[in-house]
Design a protein around this ligand. Structure first.
Ligand SMILES: *Cc1c(COP(=O)(O)O)cnc(C)c1O
Length: 376
């Protein structure tokens, strides 16, 4: 059958069967981290999806129980109570905060709304959603080379064409854990044609406290109206299972996001839990301190066993396995057989590297013990 791109003209033939958009037939699919134990593993440490090792906030749990009996009622149509809580906490205009069922969905809305059949540029080892969401909307994904596993603004600019509609940068990036300064982002924005959207994904913002690292939120206010910053409650706030994210957008974008988002996008339970977790500062301090402590410990231990790591500032460590992609596959499988579920970064163009999330103290010591035994 002769499929054209884009379109469904085949399905208009009498007697034909319904056809999906051609760009949805092939193309990349998101690969989630391993989540269940292989046969024979007695313990299970989920270190493959950057989930919080602390469980959820006690205040969020309470808030969920408080609203549990009200599920016959639709939630607030546009998530305004959560936007107000975020706005109050961070000093942002709540009218420009778009809430969503996970920030991955906002990535999709941005591509639907502002990219269409155009192209999207992102660093070559970026978070997989940019490529996948672009491809599955009929847009063209374009990977820009990195320098030392770090976002390279010049390389991104060199890939700009008349088709380019948006640039996506995770800062810090997943899975590399590396970051770029606000000065570099500001300079990139200044050199980017003003009709191209710059999306800065700050999924790991709250874990970072290094000199020179700052949020790109101030860039959303101009000059120009071409920057969006996204955040999520999935990692630092421990609400991955509920699916809550948000974006801060230029005021002229709000109206279009309203159409893309549709009413009731975030559930009543998710809104309540996210609002409560924003005010749970004790949980946030613990989340930050646990991560700082165990990330540096884990990084040193892995290096001590002879592996190269990146200088990650996120809630995960990325290390390189000698012996190529096969070596990484074999080591990852052995770790999984012992209940230590990690993630090979092959979906991000790094098939020789394994990403391990910061887990509980017990998980971290078990991981190093096993990695040590497997490295001898
Ligand atoms: C985890 C992650 C997200 C997506 O989080 P949601 O659970 O969809 O809110 C977005 N960007 C990056 C870089 C991530 O690692």
């Amino acid at each position: 059958m002769n499929r054209t791109h884009p379109g469904q003209s085949d399905s208009l033939l009498p007697g034909g069967s319904p056809q999906p958009m051609s760009y949805l037939v092939d193309g990349p699919v998101y690969t989630p981290g391993q989540a269940s134990a292989p046969v024979g593993a007695t313990t299970l440490f989920r270190l493959a999806s950057n989930e919080s090792p602390l469980g959820m906030s006690a205040m969020a749990r309470e808030a969920i129980l408080d609203v549990a009996g009200n599920q016959h009622l639709y939630p607030d149509a546009d998530g305004a109570p959560l936007a107000r809580a975020i706005g109050d906490t961070l000093g942002l205009d709540p009218g420009r905060i778009v809430t969503s069922p996970g920030s991955d969905v906002i990535i999709n809305w941005i591509i639907q709304g502002w990219v269409g059949q155009g192209s999207v540029i992102f660093p070559e080892h970026a978070f997989q959603s940019y490529r996948i969401r672009a491809a599955s909307n009929g847009a063209t994904p374009v990977a820009a080379p990195e320098t030392d596993l770090r976002t390279d603004a010049d390389a991104i600019l060199s890939r700009v064409t008349p088709q380019t509609r948006a640039v996506f940068i995770a800062n810090p990036n997943n899975p590399t854990g590396t970051w770029i300064s606000l000065d570099v982002l500001r300079d990139l924005r200044a050199r980017l044609p003003s009709n191209i959207l710059l999306v800065v994904d700050e999924a790991y913002f709250d874990y970072v406290q290094v000199p020179g690292y700052e949020s790109a939120l101030p860039l959303v206010d101009g000059p120009g109206e071409n920057v969006i910053v996204t955040r999520t409650f999935s990692k630092f706030y421990g609400l991955a299972g509920l699916r809550v994210g948000w974006a801060y957008v230029p005021s002229s974008f709000v109206h279009v996001f309203g159409k893309l988002r549709g009413p009731f996008a975030v559930s009543r339970i998710a809104l309540a839990a996210a609002i409560a977790s924003l005010s749970d500062t004790a949980y946030q301090i613990l989340s930050y301190e646990h991560n700082v402590k165990w990330r540096s410990w884990l990084q040193e231990q892995i290096q001590g066993l002879g592996y190269r790591t990146t200088d990650s500032v996120g809630n995960f460590v990325l290390f390189r396995v000698p012996g190529g992609a096969d070596g990484a596959q074999a080591l990852n499988a052995k770790l999984a057989a012992r209940g230590l579920l990690c993630r090979i970064a092959n979906q991000n163009g790094l098939p020789e590297w394994i990403r391990v999330s910061i887990g509980t103290a017990e998980a971290m010591t078990a991981f190093i013990q096993e990695l040590g035994a497997l490295s001898r």
